[in-house]
Design a protein around this ligand. Structure first.
Ligand code: SPD
Length: 292
């Protein structure tokens, strides 16, 4: 890779990651920009990542990045829980995680609680693969604050997925211990929470605190990783939290083998499921525990 590839006369998307490093992507066209009640929304055409969605200046999804984030957030818990009938996604307005979760026939109803309807609208207009699940009659959308939804609801869920943007602005309180206690209360006795847990390279302090907070609420807490080229340092962590099930010992590999061929997957498979819990030493020290 040489520096001649950078042509400053062209249009570039730049995203700073903590003030010292960042990501740049050449932009061939600005498809759409909007400012919703919640945030700035941009859809960009990039030769490197394909069509990309940025919220508040941060890349969230791109059609040219393998769908690692959505597949790992949805499929890992859904192939562990034996009867994931009621599933809730908090956030996830691009609908990629929703579409992955609805690939599981065991899911009877999928509730997506997203604060910003404009994100879902932009995703519908520009990202047909991410939003393919919206036509599924099991999908139910509600546009409200996820914390308030969970505090008010009398429903109980088998699996809750926190498909959140970064812990800034309105999403910040969704990374706090009181919210985790509310989630634990709204899960069934064998419920599973999976949460996006930031970049262990870029945000080690956030990752460390998040896992420590989750361990105060859930008896089983394990970290796992995926590669995401559009996210800071290209490495992303998730927290698997459960009242009962272990992500490796209770992984239903037979169910995976029966269903995998019919699923629209680019990243997740049974070996990735198991291998994702094998953590580099620096990440293991941040998240604690041990998957074995
Ligand atoms: N800075 C990127 C953070 C991405 C984490 N969540 C993405 C949610 C997309 N559904």
């Amino acid at each position: 890779m040489s520096s001649e590839a950078f042509d400053p006369s062209r249009l570039w998307f730049t995203e700073m990651h903590g003030g010292h490093t960042g990501l740049i992507a050449r932009v061939d066209g600005v498809v759409e920009t909007a400012v919703s009640d919640v945030q700035r929304i941009e859809v960009l055409e990039t030769p490197g990542f394909g069509k990309a969605l940025a919220l508040y200046g941060s890349l969230m999804a791109a059609e040219g990045d393998y769908d690692a984030y959505n597949e790992m957030l949805a499929h890992v818990p859904l192939f562990v829980h034996p009867r994931p009938a009621e599933v809730l996604i908090v956030g996830g307005g691009d609908c990629g995680c929703l579409s992955c979760a609805l690939e599981h026939p065991e899911v009877a109803r999928l509730t997506l609680c997203e604060i910003d309807p404009e994100v879902v609208a932009a995703a519908r207009r520009h990202f047909p693969r991410l939003t393919r699940g919206l036509a599924d009659p099991r999908a139910r959308l509600t546009f409200e604050d996820g914390k308030r939804f969970l505090e008010a609801t009398a429903e109980r869920f088998d699996v809750i997925l926190l498909d959140l943007s970064d812990p800034v602005g309105p999403a910040a309180e969704l990374f706090d211990p009181p919210f985790f206690a509310t989630i634990a209360d709204r899960l069934g006795d064998d419920g599973i929470l999976c949460a996006q847990a930031q970049s262990p390279f870029n945000n080690p302090a956030v990752v460390s605190r998040l896992f420590a907070d989750l361990r105060r609420v859930f008896p089983v807490v394990e970290g796992y990783l995926c590669h995401m080229a559009i996210y800071p340092a290209s490495i992303w962590a998730f927290a698997f939290c459960s009242k009962r099930y272990h992500p490796i010992r209770d992984f239903d590999r037979d169910r995976y083998r029966r269903q995998a061929a019919a699923m629209d997957r680019l990243y997740y498979n049974d070996e990735v499921h198991l291998g994702a819990f094998g953590l580099p030493e620096y990440v293991r020290r941040l998240v604690g525990g041990g998957a074995g």
